[in-house]
Write a protein that binds this ligand. Structure first.
Ligand SMILES: *Cc1c(COP(=O)(O)O)cnc(C)c1O
Length: 452
């Protein structure tokens, strides 16, 4: 058997892959880090260097890396069968996981499977459109979404989660949607200004709903917080108010919990803790803890029933993927949800959240940072110079590169969103590793103070 951790890659071998969201011309010039093994919360590269997985492998990692109950159950499933289709057949793991999810996700009655968050969103949008069409309201074809929202990289998801800097070139593919502003709270906000912002956002949303409801199928929002389009943590009551307005104007509510579901903000199911009542909800990322690609779109019996009818009416949902409901992904998710419960993960997250809060106070007054946002195991702040956002340190080195390279030198992998440094560690990170992560972030801020 080849030992992959000993695999030697030449510099040329490292340049065959085209990386996502990466300026490859720069990447070729950098010291390319290739991960060849991993243990616990650390990734190990082909040179034997260890890095704490500071961004939870793009926000999905829960238990770190390596063998545990999840891998054992996946191996045992792999020996029974790996994949059998859900087109016309059911499968044990997909049925069992659906039953488990519906116990946790109150209000939801059916589970539709796909294999990544973006397609879970496409499914949600197709469900919403077809629900109204099947009910005879075929004019309800538009969507409302929040400014600064992000819902994935496929065409429908880009339309509702339009991030201009990313998606400008793809505009010709996209559908026009109504966009309303979303509020955000910082840890040091005086309640009054944020209350006013909250009221304005709700009022603007109601105006759009009032004028367009007859043509709108659904409003889509991230649940609890926006992340990839710029971190915004919703104030209390916001999501509940939006939910109430959607019901009032007969527009479906789609909540995207792909990044926040299963603990990120300190709650198992964010839409429940926000007091909102969605018609459709989407989960991905932490669902399968990074062990296998998997995502789900959940909905209510009201929506589901509108797809029933005579075969020739063609009311059924025309969506499915080759790997829909993959047995390994479903097995991983079941084992993961089981471990979350057994390890009392949510209460551990709350303890670690308090720790992050305390550590953030150390850099609170730094002249290069502003707008500290924090909830659960999500925190972010913006890098500024002379009170204004800035995207470079000295010698026109982009801040994003500086953060990635300096943190790697200190033994942590971090990736910022432009000039926003995001703290989003694996959900089960032990306190000692979290302490190391916060030490490195604070050290980075001090370095930026000198280098900016
Ligand atoms: C990551 C993410 C998605 C897209 O999921 P992928 O698995 O990357 O396709 C959608 N919505 C939110 C809120 C996300 O964070």
């Amino acid at each position: 058997m080849t030992n992959l951790s000993k695999l030697k890659l030449s510099q040329a071998d490292k340049l065959f892959v085209w990386h996502p969201y990466t300026q490859m011309e720069d990447w070729q010039k950098m010291r390319n880090t290739v991960i060849t093994s991993a243990k616990n919360f650390y990734l190990v590269d082909d040179r034997g260097n260890k890095y704490l997985d500071g961004i939870a492998s793009m926000w999905c990692n829960v238990w770190g890396h390596g063998e545990n109950e999840i891998t054992l159950k996946m191996i045992s499933q792999m020996r029974k069968f790996q994949h059998s289709t859900l087109f016309g057949l059911a499968s044990g793991p997909s049925a069992s996981l659906a039953a488990l999810l519906l116990k946790i996700c109150k209000g939801m009655d059916k589970v539709f499977y796909s294999d990544n968050g973006s397609t879970a969103i496409e499914v949600a949008m197709k469900m919403a459109l077809q629900y109204w069409r099947n009910k005879g309201a075929s004019k309800k074809t538009n969507f409302i979404s929040l400014k600064g929202g992000y819902h994935g990289d496929t065409v429908g998801a880009m339309s509702v989660g339009y991030v201009r800097d990313y998606f400008r070139a793809y505009q010709p593919l996209l559908k026009k949607v109504h966009r309303v502003p979303a509020p955000s709270v910082n840890i040091d906000d005086k309640n009054k200004s944020s209350d006013k912002e909250l009221q304005i956002c709700i009022q603007k949303t109601e105006d759009v709903l009032k004028n367009n409801a007859s043509k709108c199928s659904a409003l889509i929002m991230e649940s609890g917080a926006q992340i990839a389009g710029g971190v915004r943590i919703y104030p209390q009551k916001y999501q509940r108010e939006i939910s109430r307005l959607c019901a009032k104007y007969d527009v479906l509510l789609i909540v995207d919990e792909i990044a926040t579901g299963f603990g990120r903000l300190g709650n198992m199911i964010e839409y429940l803790s926000q007091g909102s009542i969605p018609d459709i909800s989407c989960f991905g990322k932490a669902l399968s803890a990074g062990y296998s690609p998997l995502a789900v779109t959940l909905t209510t019996s009201e929506i589901y029933r509108a797809f029933n009818g005579d075969y020739l009416e063609k009311k059924h949902l025309f969506h499915g993927h080759t790997y829909t409901g993959h047995a390994l992904g479903c097995t991983a998710a079941m084992a993961n949800l089981d471990m979350i419960k057994k390890n009392k993960l949510i209460s551990k997250i709350r303890g670690n959240s308090q720790y992050i809060h305390n550590r953030l106070k150390e850099i609170h007054n730094s002249p290069v940072i502003s707008c500290i946002r924090h909830k659960g195991l999500l925190a972010a702040f913006d890098i500024i110079k002379d009170g204004k956002p800035t995207f470079y340190v000295k010698n026109r080195v982009p801040i994003a590169y500086y953060i990635m390279q300096e943190s790697l030198k200190m033994g942590v992998f971090l990736r910022s969103l432009g000039n926003t440094l995001v703290i989003i560690p694996p959900l089960a990170i032990p306190r000692t590793d979290l302490q190391f992560l916060m030490d490195v972030i604070i050290e980075l801020v001090y370095k930026i103070e000198k280098e900016i």
